[in-house]
Design a protein around this ligand. Structure first.
Ligand SMILES: [Fe+2]
Ligand SMILES: [Fe+2]
Length: 259
């Protein structure tokens, strides 16, 4: 397992994608102590190996291009840039890059996961689950969530399982929120739309973060996040499912934030 960083990380996936080219390639990114993450680039017309994981729900963010996801024996789902996909534990998955450009997906997978459990797709296709709202939809699109949730500001728990809670946050430029910190877990965000800043306190630089970037903030560091520019922002926040202690200035029980 990769070491979990004790310092903030600002990862510009668009630069990695431009540098590494058409693919296929794999770029490991970081571990947050529960998940390993990385970018997977595939050429049009190619499919990943089909496999399943008995012990965790896997999820992905499509960062570039178009991908057809076969999950379990459900009908094929067509996903494109900005979509968040999830495959429940026990459900096989296979991804096929379609269209005329390479695809890139960010994977979020339990540490130590393997690809050893193979299972062919059944010849009988199951109907989609009845569920129409998060959490744990197989396919989440930003326009679909805007239709359900409306104008900013809102937070939707897109993924909720024993390992992770992953929230999608939609914010208008300039919307204030309270700086806070989490003593027990590292938090990280993938920016799906817009431009934001991360202010981590007086002694640290302000990070300018935009669509395609990933920001990782280690436990205990105070963070104040603000949307800039003319566009509403979407950030996809990956957190622990248990240690959700959030402290703000003025909380009597708050342990001090890290410097
Ligand atoms: Fe997998
Ligand atoms: Fe936070």
């Amino acid at each position: 397992m990769a070491e979990v960083s004790t310092e903030p990380l600002h990862i510009k996936t668009s630069e990695i994608i431009a540098e590494k080219g058409e693919g296929p390639w794999y770029e490991p990114l970081f571990s947050d102590g529960r998940n390993n993450t990385g970018l997977i680039c595939d050429l049009p017309g190619t499919a990943s190996d089909h496999h399943w994981h008995p012990d965790f729900d896997e999820f992905w963010v499509v960062m570039k291009g178009n991908i057809d996801f076969d999950i379990g024996d459900y009908p094929t789902i067509h996903a494109s840039k900005g979509d968040i996909m999830s495959a429940p534990a026990g459900k096989r998955h296979q991804m096929m890059t379609v269209g005329d450009e390479s695809s890139v997906r960010l994977h979020i997978s339990k540490i130590g996961s393997n690809h050893d459990n193979k299972n062919d797709r059944s010849s009988t296709i199951e109907p989609f689950p009845d569920q129409t709202e998060p959490p744990n939809m197989l396919h989440n699109t930003l326009p679909g969530l805007i239709e359900q949730m409306g104008e900013p500001q809102w937070v939707s728990s897109v993924i909720q399982n024993p390992l992770n809670t992953a929230n999608l946050i939609y914010s208008a430029p300039g919307t204030p929120h309270n700086a806070h910190w989490h003593p027990d877990f590292d938090e990280w965000w993938t920016i799906l739309q817009g431009e934001l800043t991360w202010d981590l306190g007086e002694k640290r630089p302000i990070y300018n973060v935009k669509q395609g970037d990933i920001m990782f903030v280690p436990r205990g560091l105070k963070h104040y996040i603000l949307t800039h520019g003319d566009e509403n922002s979407f950030r996809f926040a990956i957190t622990d499912s248990k240690g959700l202690h959030v402290y703000q200035e003025g909380d009597e029980d708050a342990p001090p934030p890290r410097e």
